[in-house]
Design a protein around this ligand. Sequence first.
Ligand code: SF4
Length: 414
Amino acid sequence: MNTNYVQFTEEMKSTHTLLIPNMLPIHFRLVQRVLENAGYKTELLETHGPHIAETGLKYVHNDTCYPAILVIGQLIDALQSGKYDPHKCALLQFQTGGGCRASNYVSLLRKALINAGMDDVPVIPLGLSGIETHPGFPNSVPLFYRMAHAVLYGDLLMAIVNQVRPVEKNKGEAMALCNKWTDVLVKDLEHGINARRMRKNYRAIIRDFAKIPREDRKPVRVGVVGEIYVKFSPLGNNYLDDFLVSEGAEVVMPGLLDFFNYCVYNGIMDFELYHLGGAKHLMNRIAYKFLCAKQADMIAAIKEEGTFRPMTPFTHTVDLAKDFVGHGTKMGEGWLLVAEMIELADSGVMNIVCTQPFGCLPNHICGKGMMKPIKEKIPGANIVAIDYDAGASAVNQENRLKLMLSAARRNQDG
Ligand code: SF4
């Protein structure tokens, strides 16, 4: 394995702060706490504004994927902000290690650091692919185990907040309760993970949100799918959530756990289709079963209380894709992107925004490229593809969204 990079050593654990670009506001606060419980000093970067993309473009070629431009821009901007000592920082980059340009983000960040005169800053790729080792940051199973639980809580909060936010009588109440619960869960995660306590927390969270006074109206529901960064990150999608809520719509966003599961399931498919990764095959099967069982617990808790719509079980999402795309299609968000559009339509969410970085070939094929066959098989599917890029106009994006919403309202009335 190549070790020709600045390593994050054991000693750095006590001297360095890990800077983490924030992709999902709710989830990443919980993930951050998991890392702090494991002994790391961390800082979640919540900076925003056009200067982030401008910094990215200074250090990354403008042909590069927009998520890379933003993430690298945000990290370099933090190091240059004067707020941190770059000699006492390390950068944590979430890394899917996919076969498209996703596996190049770490090299691009290191190149940007060299150009910015900060090549001694360690970069730690965090992902399931385990492409690098760092003595001070082992890509360990227990760490992923704890992170998976933080992601589960994040998915539950996100799903419920999205259902309450457009119809809450007192604006801001759902987000305030979400922040309160995030603080509670952050403390709770310090005590380790206990399945029974998690189920108890699920029920308490759901009950608390169900008490929020809500208007008696059915908002237009809009599903959001797409490339993982621009789908989830407000910085990446120009605050798409807020825009849709301001238009009176309810956002339906398949959770982050589905993406984790997609990565694990792809490992299983690698073996079944190509006989690759034999040693990892059993591990992948165990992880897949575990994650699906955990999701089933959450779905059961939501159904039991009865106020909110639960997420679709991932096993069903997998099945739904079968008539449209092969499970070997795994560049970018691959078959998952197709499956999530069908899953939304299958659960009655006919209005869908497919977010994609401009120039992202894999997601243009599985996103924009699959819209026609999906619309042919599912009449009434109202799908709009929105490209995000440093040069894309927010007004243009909003106009396209407004067009989709006006069709959605017409369909709802008719
Ligand atoms: S999925 Fe698209 S945006 Fe993401 S790394 Fe691959 S090509 Fe780039």
